[in-house]
Write a protein that binds this ligand. Structure first.
Ligand SMILES: NC(=O)C1=CN([C@@H]2O[C@H](COP(=O)(O)OP(=O)(O)OC[C@H]3O[C@@H](n4cnc5c(N)ncnc54)[C@H](O)[C@@H]3O)[C@@H](O)[C@H]2O)C=CC1
Ligand code: BAL
Length: 505
């Protein structure tokens, strides 16, 4: 499905794309009630791509009213699961037909390399929608073993109106991780994209409507966190919020829920993910490749990024040398050139934040093993920093940029303690030739995903989410994500002799 284009073809497509600019509510594009707009720019060039409706609480109220109307009259939730599936599969087909446009729009708005948009973001988005569509007519409800005097049904019902609050690092894919299971389950959604990356969400909503998802079921309300995110979180008629983003903002959604209607909250937050490499790792070239992929994929703007390399002191120098060799393949530059693997960071503000960690390297007198350069105020070369201790900000804080810290250990117990020495617990990877050690590490590292002899986030079939301050309330992806968007209802029907006798009388 990927069949990538050339750099010239991507640039030609970029020149002719029409960007959506208005909110999408009740099946139609609409300006913000206030008439206000905000600019979205291409971080690689600074060029303004579009002026987008800057919505506020009044737009959220309107979207929630329309989403509630659509939910209550059953135009979507009361379709048979197979009927929803058919519409969602058509939606996936339309996404596929428009995959080049979506990939280019995503790259222009976020600074992501087009090669990633084309090979990961867009195809995984489509696959996620398809996977949840295919799941929905294969799930059976249950009866409970209550004996012969009653018949009980334990049925799933759609949770209702869901606010999906999204980050800027994987705009399309995080949208799919939320709306895939939510729409399949019959919910109505109000999506708030990150202000930095609104364009593809609006285009996807338009395609969903074209595919036959009824008006009011899929709404997009663009704008800022305080203006749109908070009113969604505080809304008395929103039944659930599904959020991906930073841990501090995730905490706010728990407070909003507590201060409003106790809506369900599912959070997927930050990470400070270790790669633990034991001295019996079988293929150090493979380890180097996987660690580099984990650390620098998407410029490290990734909650699951490998940001801490925890390596046996005996093999550190050898591994760093191989990491350096593999990093030579990681060219930095124009995101629309498919040869480049590192694009622009999402914004100047974020660039400055990531750069401040390079400042720590100097003040802490750490050594840069590889990389370290910055270009044009938006690019940071992949960087490996050696000699980092747990006291360092580089070891403890989510950087969300292409910086990998290196720490050594001298025993397995020390490796596990270092891996767990963080408030986060999202992902980890372990590299060893010993099955026993791999199992021990995977059990003792407190993280939602542990990969062995590879880096990854699993696939559509596996749950994704974190322990500790990396997450709350549920998992994205897999059949378990479907459960987030459902209420469980018990229906108890008395069929005892007493009730039969009463009926007869
Ligand atoms: N876990 C992850 O995937 C992500 C982590 N981050 C981390 O967060 C840092 C800051 O990035 P931000 O874009 O500021 O993340 P953020 O967590 O503040 O933003 C995520 C979403 O929440 C919304 N939001 C922000 N403030 C809000 C508020 N007061 N009430 C309701 N909604 C609100 C934003 O508009 C956006 O849609 C990054 O440097 C990175 O470390 C950022 C994005 C994704
Ligand atoms: N890597 C997928 C989840 C995230 O970065 O937000």
């Amino acid at each position: 499905m990927h069949n990538p284009l050339t750099a010239a073809e991507y640039k030609a497509l970029a020149a002719e794309i029409q960007f959506p600019t208005n909110a999408f509510i009740d099946g139609a594009f609409r300006p913000a009630n206030s008439g206000k707009t905000f600019k979205t720019t291409n971080p690689a060039t600074g060029e303004v791509l579009a002026e987008i409706a800057a919505c506020d609480a009044s737009d959220v109220d309107f979207a929630v009213a329309k989403a509630r109307e659509a939910f209550d009259d059953g135009r979507w939730q009361h379709l048979a699961p197979g009927e929803r599936k058919a519409v969602l599969l058509k939606f996936a087909k339309l996404l596929e037909r428009n995959r080049h446009e979506l990939a280019v729009m995503e790259s222009l708005d976020s600074g992501k390399p087009i090669r990633e948009c084309q090979t990961v973001d867009v195809p995984d988005t489509i696959h996620t929608i398809r996977w949840h569509a295919e799941l929905i007519d294969k799930l059976y409800d249950n009866t409970a073993p209550v004996g012969s005097k009653a018949l009980t049904m334990v049925v799933r019902e759609s949770v209702g109106v869901v606010g999906c609050v999204l980050p800027w690092n994987f705009p399309l894919l995080m949208l799919a991780w939320k709306i895939g299971p939510a729409l399949a389950a019959g919910c109505s959604v109000i999506v708030k994209p990150a202000q930095e990356t609104t364009l593809t969400t609006l285009r996807v909503a338009e395609l969903a409507h074209e595919a036959g998802i009824p008006a009011g079921v899929f709404n997009v309300v663009p704008g800022g966190g305080k203006d749109v995110g908070e009113p969604i979180g505080m809304h008395m008629d929103v039944d659930m919020v599904a959020f991906t983003g930073s841990t501090p903002t995730g905490r706010r959604f728990l407070r909003y829920a507590a201060d409003s209607n106790l809506k369900r909250v599912v959070l997927e937050c930050g990470g400070k993910n270790p790669a633990v490499v034991l001295d019996d790792a079988e293929d150090l070239d493979l380890v180097a490749e996987q660690v580099v992929n984990g650390a620098f994929w998407n410029m490290g703007e990734n909650c699951s990024a490998t940001s801490r390399l925890i390596v046996d002191a005996k093999i550190k120098d050898e591994l760093l040398q191989r990491i350096g060799a593999y990093m030579r393949e990681w060219r930095t530059g124009d995101p629309l050139d498919p040869e480049n693997r590192i694009g622009a960071l999402v914004s100047k503000t974020h660039f400055e934040k990531v750069k401040s960690f390079l400042g720590d390297v100097k003040t802490e007198k750490l050594s840069v093993a590889h990389g370290g350069a910055t270009h044009k105020g938006v690019y940071i070369e992949p960087t490996v920093v050696d000699g980092v201790t747990p006291a360092s900000r580089l070891f403890q804080e989510e950087i969300f940029g292409p910086i990998l810290s290196v720490t050594t250990f001298n025993s397995l117990a020390e490796a596990i303690a270092l891996a767990n020495d963080t408030n986060y617990g999202l992902t980890a990877s372990v590299y060893t030739g010993s099955l026993r050690k791999a199992i021990k590490l995977s059990r003792e590292i407190r993280a939602g995903v542990v990969t062995v002899n590879c880096f990854g986030e699993g696939d559509a079939t596996t749950p994704f989410g974190g322990y500790k301050e990396s997450g709350f309330g549920g998992r994205d992806k897999s059949v378990f994500a479907h459960d987030n968007y459902c209420e469980l209802k018990t229906v108890w029907i008395d069929v005892s002799d007493r009730s039969v006798d009463e009926t007869v009388r």
